[in-house]
Design a protein around this ligand. Sequence first.
Ligand code: SAM
Length: 209
Amino acid sequence: MQREVMIERQLKRRGIHDERVLAAMAKVPRAEFVSPEVREQAYEDRPLTIACGQTISQPYIVAYMLQAAELHPEGRVLEIGTGSGYQTALLAEIVREVISIERHVELSKSAEQRLTYLGYINVQLVIGDGTLGYLPRAPYDAILVSAAAPEAPRALLEQLALGGRMVLPIGNRDLQDLVLVRKEERGMSQIRLEGCAFVPLIGAAGFPE
Ligand code: SAM
């Protein structure tokens, strides 16, 4: 019920129309990805705190990024910033293969437990610096970065397939623009989507710790 209200009020009314994204948001229980203390707030229109001082993003921004990435069922997607694993589960509902990188071991391990418990078998979790991407499974049809970067990391641009899309927040540590990058034969194109505020991407091609 709360999930249905979230979909109607927070997503459809604000322009989320991709049927695969809406179906995934209707299916994945966000409440399973937050701690028991904030479970009652799981379907509210805001980010929530998770372990390691990180956040599970606002449902609308997650849906917006998934829609902007123009995901195809046969696609292979790289996600940077596993966090709780919520967006990873949504991706796993939509595409064939998901690789998700997280720098905090604790977050990756608990995301793994949740994703296994919920039965996702098309997900590979990697612990490390996502600004370097994950070469063994490259190229990727889409890359979603759920932490704020000073600029698009070069390794991620290189690991994007031709025709691929990358959605990421670019800006400073406090405020960013959500940007859609496309890799085309004639080069990269970049368009600004909307303003946002993510936790920083920490790493070699991100911000210092
Ligand atoms: N999408 C996640 C979810 O559904 O719960 C929320 C992601 S949270 C906003 C951003 C995550 O990016 C944090 O868990 C943070 O530890 C992670 N992160 C930051 N820098 C990173 C890096 N260089 N590589 C991998 N993960 C990173």
